[in-house]
Design a protein around this ligand. Structure first.
Ligand code: DGL
Length: 259
């Protein structure tokens, strides 16, 4: 049966685990295949054509090797570069992308000022520009490209994660809950939720941190349900595939998901 097949999910590395965590909570009986493209990371500082070529190749790989029933692009940079291309190439495959959580942030902010931390590629994309334009007048967004931060998280280089989080949040003036201050931070790259503790420590409890895992998981449920593809009786298994270091991926899965 089609619905017994696994859901494919990919990212440039371990960032997509923040989305997989939410997917497993929402859909505990589904089986997943997680593809980490760490051998070609980071995506965020590469040409858009490189990221779209990788995304198209990974979609084919997951379809051919694992017969996936749907695909979650658990990477903001790859979604911006390629979600439309993957959908056009595989018209029968339900494809779910992610985007920086500007809409939830606009609804949450009390001061009307929001900081968006994401990769250079995401912030430079036409898709991100359209998202920001659609929210014009609802909030002021300060955009911060965070070169190196996804790589530091990927390599579990904690001193570098701390240095970069401090540098990039310092670039934004000013966090706080007073008039004109920024009270909401969008973690617009799927790696960044793994630095949430560092952001929280740097910014204090007044600043709300927003990520996309939960809304993406709900969207995946809706899409699978609508297509009769929900699997209520799977084993909740995750299989792993990577172009990088398999041990590092397994260590990250154990650390962040207890798998
Ligand atoms: N995790 C990815 C994202 O959400 C990209 C990180 C990278 O490879 O630069 O944008």
């Amino acid at each position: 049966m089609d619905r017994d097949r696994p859901i494919g999910i990919f990212d440039s590395g371990v960032g997509g685990l923040s989305i997989l965590r939410a997917l497993r909570a929402e859909l505990p009986a589904e089986d997943f295949v997680y593809f980490s493209d760490a051998g070609h990371a980071p995506y965020g500082e590469r040409e858009e054509s490189f990221v779209s070529d990788r995304s198209l190749a990974i979609a084919v790989d997951l379809l051919e090797q694992h017969r996936i029933k749907s695909l979650v692009i658990a990477c903001n940079t790859a979604t911006a570069a390629a979600v439309h291309l993957v959908r056009a190439r595989h018209i029968h495959l339900p494809v779910i992308g992610v985007e920086p959580a500007l809409k939830p942030a606009a609804a949450l902010t009390k001061t009307g000022h929001v900081a968006v931390l994401a990769t250079r590629g995401t912030l430079a994309s036409a898709k991100f520009k359209a998202l920001q334009d659609a929210l014009r007048g609802q909030a002021e967004f300060v955009l911060v490209p965070c070169d190196g931060l996804a790589a530091a998280i990927e390599n579990d280089d904690q001193p570098q994660v701390r240095t970069l989080c401090a540098r990039y949040t310092k670039e934004v003036c000013c966090f706080g809950s007073g008039p004109g201050e920024i009270d909401t931070l969008v973690m617009g790259c799927t790696h960044y939720p793994f630095a949430a503790d560092v952001f929280r420590e740097l910014l204090g409890p007044e600043v709300q941190l927003v990520e996309t895992g939960v809304p993406v998981a709900r969207q995946a449920r809706r899409l699978l349900e609508a297509q009769g593809l929900l699997n209520p009786a799977g084993s909740g298994q995750v299989r792993w595939q990577t172009t990088g270091d398999e041990q590092a991926l397994r260590a990250a899965a154990a650390r962040w998901l207890g798998l």
